[in-house]
Design a protein around this ligand. Structure first.
Ligand SMILES: [Zn+2]
Length: 66
């Protein structure tokens, strides 16, 4: 379960509700409701399954045009 980091939104989404992609700043999904970018980290389980964990804020990759 992910929670939109936009404090006026905070909508909750299942992984199947969102499109996870990499726009060059790391993995993220855009909230379907407010389009805020929510950043994710990808993990692989021991059984090879892929898990995503939501990051606070955004990755520290320097200035980002937004
Ligand atoms: Zn949102």
């Amino acid at each position: 379960m992910f929670t939109c980091r936009n404090k006026t939104c905070e909508a909750q989404w299942e992984e199947s509700d969102v499109v996870i992609k990499n726009e060059g700043q790391g993995l993220l999904f855009r909230c379907p409701l407010c389009a805020t970018r929510n950043y994710l980290e990808r993990f692989e389980g021991e059984d090879g399954s892929v898990l995503y964990e939501q990051l606070e804020g955004r990755p520290d990759l320097g200035p980002v045009a937004d």
